[in-house]
Write a protein that binds this ligand. Structure first.
Ligand code: PLP
Length: 384
């Protein structure tokens, strides 16, 4: 009898479920070993934790591949390592990378500072309009987008971009860290490779740095080859923590989605907040795209405070439950100011042009009781 595809929670909890033998542990044991016995005279794959084939690394990879609907996945030591290795897999010196200008600042720096140094030219283009098409060159080899974007939570329509990439033979890489495979699966819309900072929602508990790439078995094997050579492996204990975090990914995301929406609706009504960016709001420019391509709008909310940077700092000083910290996607509410974190390298004018003026704060709405989160922001704004 044909097996029904498994739901996301079952995939995340069991990987590919098999009946366990009597006495078998219910959770994957931590295999905190750098190396493994190699059969003498054997030609089997060498097991070595830097190679990404430690049992804990393989368990999380299996689960992510199932969730993304990918042939294969691989976990590495950080989201930045995942982005770097995924791109180095497909790009060579002389190639051109066409990247979205709506990016996490660290990714942008990797492209402009490091890739250019390796002889890979990079253009940043607006993938929210058709403008990006004009940047395709003869030597363009790959297109990179992040969706939803950091920090404005804009949602890119992947399908038309994927269609043109297919027509022109370009590889499409998509960072869906903000969405997770629970809210969106980019491969379903024609992406070739999906990248995650597993540091964020995938692990979900702000206690691990990790990253992952999912896609075809062939390309993931090439990422593995580069992982062996460049070396940014995920530690087995960290992989074990990610596996534990992933087991609750679907329920956490359901709560992040609900809390994000409730927080955004509160923020819209607040007299000291001039604008709110959350794709669940009907007036968000990508509300329709998000509705058509995502299963949930997520827990990331951008708020513009009247009174600029001073107002933001005053509010941040008075928050008691939410913490002022970079990063996102954990169970606890975190607030960051792109002005001093992810977009600190840009001038105030450049940030303004990107729609993140001083006074903009990014809220990663956690899974606390949402009324408590809202009350915390209410009192912090009143205390100014
Ligand atoms: N991609 C996105 C969208 C991010 O927000 C981040 C970090 O904030 C990264 C990638 C890099 O991830 P990591 O910090 O795990 O290296």
């Amino acid at each position: 009898m044909k097996r029904q595809p498994l739901g996301p929670s079952t995939c995340a909890i069991h990987g590919s479920p098999e009946r366990l033998s009597d006495g078998a542990p219910i959770t994957t044991p931590i295999v905190q070993s750098s190396t493994f016995i190699n059969p003498v005279g054997g030609a089997d794959e060498v097991l070595y934790t830097r190679y990404g084939n430690n049992p804990n690394q393989l368990e999380v990879a299996k689960r992510l591949a199932a969730l993304e609907g990918a042939e294969a996945a691989i976990f590495v030591g950080s989201g930045m390592a995942a982005t770097a290795l995924a791109h180095l897999t497909v790009l060579r010196p002389g190639d051109h990378l066409l990247a979205s200008k709506w990016l996490y600042g660290g990714t942008q720096d990797l492209f402009t500072d490091e890739f250019e140094r390796l002889g890979i030219s990079v253009s940043l283009a607006d993938v929210l309009t058709d403008e990006w098409r004009r940047h395709i060159r003869k030597n363009t080899r790959a297109v990179f987008i992040e969706t939803p974007t950091n920090p404005l939570v804009r949602v890119v329509n992947i399908e038309p971009i994927a269609a043109l990439c297919r027509e022109k033979g370009l590889v499409l890489l998509v960072d869906t860290t903000f969405a997770t495979p629970i809210n969106m699966r980019a491969l379903e819309f024609g992406a070739d490779l999906v990248i995650h900072s597993a540091t964020k929602y995938i692990n979900g508990h702000s206690d691990v740095i990790g990253g992952a790439v999912a896609g075809s078995a062939e390309v993931i094997e090439e990422v593995r080859r580069l992982l062996k050579l460049w070396g940014p492996a995920l530690d087995p204990h960290a992989a074990w923590l990610v596996e534990r975090g992933m087991k609750t990914l679907a329920v956490r995301m359901a709560r992040h989605n609900a809390n994000g929406m409730a927080f955004a609706e509160w923020a819209v009504e607040h007299p000291q907040i001039s604008a709110v960016s959350h794709p669940g709001l009907e007036d968000h420019p990508d509300h329709d795209v998000a509705g058509a391509t995502m299963d949930g709008f997520g827990g990331m909310v951008g708020i513009h405070l009247k009174g600029g940077a001073k107002a933001a700092e005053q509010m941040l000083q008075h928050l008691r439950i939410a913490s002022h910290a970079p990063s996102l996607g954990g169970v606890e509410t975190l607030v960051s100011e792109p002005r001093v974190t992810s977009h600190a390298r840009l001038s105030a004018t450049e940030r303004q042009a990107l729609g993140i003026p001083d006074g903009f704060v990014r809220v990663s709405v956690g899974i606390e009781d949402v009324q408590d989160i809202i009350s915390d922001f209410d009192q912090a704004l009143a205390a100014r």
